[in-house]
Design a protein around this ligand. Structure first.
Ligand code: ADP
Ligand code: NA
Length: 336
């Protein structure tokens, strides 16, 4: 059954994702190739990826309406079709002759060692400013030109849409310091990104990232004091809600109201198989939850986070990134 036919609290909300599409190419090798050496791979796999595409798919699988603005090369038709079949509106995905689709060339050894070469490709081909479709929520990452992210954020703000920023991979310190944080409603980061953000934004290089005795406290408490430290930085706007994922420790949230809470990770039925894309699955599901709570006040932020945590818990038990994002029915049926 397609996620669209679920009809779970369908609303007028629509999410715009302006972000990346990649082809992830996995070359299985007995060991990583050294300079000057030629080796044959033992197996090859090609998968759809890119944080923008992964998160758009997660919104769609969570039964949210979602449109994507992105670029692929002539070799990217199959991904656009895959996104369409998943329920993503692909009308504003353009095809360029100038570059191939963004690529990750991944060498993988049986021991799990890897080595990754990225080609930004079509993701960085200059874009004609699109006619934006109507949207209520705007979700951005950092795998496209920074100025495109800024332009989209600024447009989204001017329309009054809710903006969600997942700054991954983390922009440079300079970009973070000049970032228009007042335009962001929701910041979604992992623990490493939260700490790096403080390092980038704190006033002096010697200022500690957090205070107190780090070693005696749990990951959750350390994470929470990181969030408070971030929230109080002068360069960071106090109007940003912060959500920080902590891997197997779940998620901590600090709302602009000052309310904070921890949601533990989902209890798993089986072993962790592949955490790739768990963050993207979490982010897309959270945004779909926020879209629903915008029109139904009974569905609070905490509910949205719980749904996203359940989805991410299913995602880590399956291999792959995009293909391991569960649909809404699987998440609702999973009473953990
Ligand atoms: P990222 O991949 O962006 O670093 P995290 O590792 O924090 O993100 O994972 C995102 C979410 O995925 C977590 O908040 C959690 O809900 C879920 N998750 C990740 N690892 C596990 C795990 N080992 N067990 C259960 N849930 C997990
Ligand atoms: Na997975």
């Amino acid at each position: 059954m397609s996620p669209k036919s679920l009809n779970t609290q369908q609303t007028e909300s629509r999410c715009l994702v302006r972000g990346s599409i990649n082809i992830d190419e996995f070359f299985h090798v007995s060991r990583i190739v050294t300079p000057g050496e030629t080796r044959s791979s033992t197996r090859y796999e090609r998968r759809a990826g890119g944080k923008g595409a992964n998160q758009a798919v997660a919104v769609a699988k969570a039964a949210g309406h979602v449109s994507m603005i992105a670029s692929v090369g002539r070799d990217g038709d199959w991904i656009v079709n895959l996104l369409r079949e998943t329920g993503v509106d692909v009308d504003l995905i353009s095809v360029t002759d100038d570059e191939p689709t963004g690529r990750a060339i991944i060498q993988l050894t049986p021991e799990g060692e890897n080595c990754i070469l990225l080609h930004r490709g079509a993701n960085f081909v200059p874009h004609v400013l699109p006619n934006y479709p109507p949207f209520t929520h705007c979700l951005l990452q950092n795998e496209i030109p920074f100025e495109d992210t800024l332009a989209t954020l600024s447009h989204a703000r001017s329309t009054g849409a809710t903006t969600i920023f997942n700054p991954s991979p983390l922009p440079s310190h300079e970009e973070l310091r000049s970032f228009p944080w007042r335009n962001v409603d929701w910041l979604i980061v992992n623990e490493g990104e939260a700490r790096s953000l403080i390092d980038a934004l704190k006033d002096s290089p010697n200022q500690p990232t957090t205070t107190g005795d780090e070693t005696s406290r749990g990951i959750k408490d350390q994470g929470m004091s990181t969030l408070y430290a971030l929230h109080h930085l002068p360069t960071f706007s106090s109007s940003v809600n912060i959500v920080c994922t902590l891997g197997s420790e779940g998620v901590i949230t600090l709302l602009t109201s000052g309310e904070s809470f921890h949601v533990p990770a989902a209890k798993l039925d089986g072993p962790v198989k592949d955490t790739t894309g768990a963050g993207d699955c979490f982010t897309g599901y959270l945004v779909a939850g926020l879209m629903e709570s915008a029109s139904n006040e009974d569905l609070g932020v905490q509910n949205a986070i719980c749904m996203a945590v359940k989805a991410a818990g299913i995602c880590v038990q399956k291999p792959g990134a995009m293909e391991s994002i569960p649909d809404r029915m699987q998440v609702e049926g999973n009473r953990t």
